[in-house]
Every structure is written in structure tokens, then in C-alpha cells.
Design a protein around this ligand. Structure first.
Ligand SMILES: Cc1cc2nc3c(=O)[nH]c(=O)nc-3n(C[C@H](O)[C@H](O)[C@H](O)COP(=O)(O)O)c2cc1C
Length: 228
């Protein structure tokens, strides 16, 4: 695939096969991705790659907690993300796009508006990496500024594109952030680290309807101002 094709055909994958991913392939992807730019080349990322028993341990612990937070909403306040990924108060047009994306996903899955149990079950799928055999967690040192998040985003995009080029699928995940206080100790991370994002990685399930989702993009004219 050309670079253009790789970029335009990458999609977030939300159903994976249980086919294991070779560790050498993961190393290759991470090596290639590490050529991402970062401000003054500080490379402020640390990546935890979890599979096997460690993956299962994290999935079990966090899924239980997410389920409990749904059933006993008063416990949900115990789990706050380390930084705001989304705004506290939504405004147009972002809220409209967010809703459109959500309803497109639920529509594909046959989840009706108001069916909170089914929405919850779909949300829970985040916490088993959508059945992907590999999960990635991205952390940085807590002294770092906002720029480190930009740098890590570039690393993540490189991982997603390289993985896609090699026949793998990925889904970037902010969903885990609210459970950073559970995840970081299970990773053996030290007190100075903060969780920036996670990612599911594996071979896409080509038969899963959820993987047919193709979110559209705004036209260039909508988000660009050409000045001369
Ligand atoms: C930083 C980041 C965090 C995301 N977090 C989640 C998530 O927690 N769960 C999820 O299902 N998708 C998540 N996504 C995927 C977005 O929903 C997806 O990128 C968007 O809808 C566009 O679709 P596409 O990736 O297929 O082009 C995330 C994407 C990014 C970039």
C-alpha cells in the first residue's frame, strides 16, 4: 500500500481474532514507530505491551470495576482520568460529531436509544481491548507538559499506520484513562508516571459488523483557512 492508502484505509478496529501477535513483529512496529518526531527529540514516551496472563489480569480487574461503576454509579466518582481528554462542557460542532459517531456505532450494533444495558456492554468491550490479544499503555513522566501528549500521539499514529500496513488492526483508547489508578500499579509503573492513552492491537475480525464502521471526515475547506 502507498502511504496515502495506508492513511486512508486505517480504521479503528473494535473486534479482533484471538490469533496471537508475534513479539518480533511488535518490536518491528515499535522500532519503526519510534521515528515519530518529538519536541527537541525528548521522546517522552514509555510503552507497556501487555499480552497473555498480564493482559488477562488487567482486563479482569478493570472490567469488574467498570461494571460496578455502572451498577453503583456512586462508585464511579472514584475513577477520574489524570487529565481532561474531552471538554467539561461540550459545544457545537464537536458534540454533534460525537453524537453522530456514537449513534452510527450503536446503529450498526442494533443498540436502541435509551438501552443503557446494551450501551454499557458495548462500552465494557473497551476493557477487554475488544478481544485483541495485545494491549498497549502509553505513559509519560508527570513533570512533562502538554507537548508530551502531542509527542505520544505521533508515536501512536505511527504505530497504528505501521500495524495496519502489516495486516494488523488497532484502536486508540482513552477509555482506560479513568482507571489509571488501577492500571499503573498492575503494570509495575512507578509513582512518577501518568497514563496518557491505551491501544488495542491484533488481527481484525473481518466478519464483525462493528468493523464496517467508516466515520466520515469534514472537507478541507471546513477546517482550513488559506491565507496569502
Ligand atoms: C486518542 C484517542 C482515543 C480514543 N479512544 C477511544 C476509546 O476509548 N474507545 C473507542 O472505541 N474508540 C476510541 N478512539 C477511536 C475514535 O473513536 C476513532 O478514531 C474515530 O471515531 C474515527 O474513526 P477511525 O479511527 O475509524 O477513523 C480514540 C481515538 C483516539 C485518537
Amino acid at each position: 500500500m502507498s502511504l496515502e492508502e495506508i492513511i486512508q484505509t486505517r480504521r479503528s478496529v473494535r473486534a479482533f481474532l484471538d490469533t496471537p501477535v508475534d513479539e518480533n513483529l511488535l518490536r518491528d512496529i515499535l522500532k519503526i514507530a519510534s521515528y515519530a518526531p518529538s519536541g527537541t527529540n525528548i521522546q517522552p514516551w514509555k510503552v507497556y505491551v501487555v499480552s497473555g496472563n498480564k493482559r488477562d489480569e488487567i482486563v479482569r480487574a478493570v472490567s469488574n470495576e467498570v461494571d460496578q461503576a455502572f451498577r453503583q454509579p456512586e462508585t464511579a466518582v472514584n475513577h477520574q482520568p489524570p487529565f481532561d481528554y474531552y471538554p467539561q462542557e461540550w459545544i457545537s460542532p464537536y458534540i454533534d460529531r460525537r453524537r453522530q459517531n456514537g449513534w452510527a456505532l450503536y446503529g450498526l450494533l442494533g443498540i436502541q436509544k435509551g438501552d443503557k444495558e446494551k450501551m454499557h456492554q458495548q462500552h465494557l468491550r473497551n476493557y477487554c481491548f475488544f478481544d485483541a490479544p495485545v494491549g498497549l499503555f502509553f505513559t509519560t513522566h508527570r513533570v512533562m507538559g502538554h507537548g508530551a501528549k502531542m509527542d505520544i500521539a505521533m508515536l501512536m499514529q505511527n504505530i497504528m499506520l505501521t500495524a495496519h500496513d502489516k495486516g494488523l488492526g488497532t484502536c486508540a483508547q482513552a477509555a482506560w484513562n479513568a482507571y489509571h489508578d488501577m492500571v499503573l500499579p498492575l503494570l509495575g509503573a512507578n509513582q512518577d508516571e501518568i497514563l496518557i492513552a491505551a491501544m488495542a492491537l491484533g488481527y481484525p475480525d473481518a466478519n464483525a459488523v462493528v468493523n464496517t464502521m467508516k466515520p466520515v471526515r469534514e472537507d478541507v475547506e471546513q477546517f482550513t483557512v488559506f491565507l496569502s
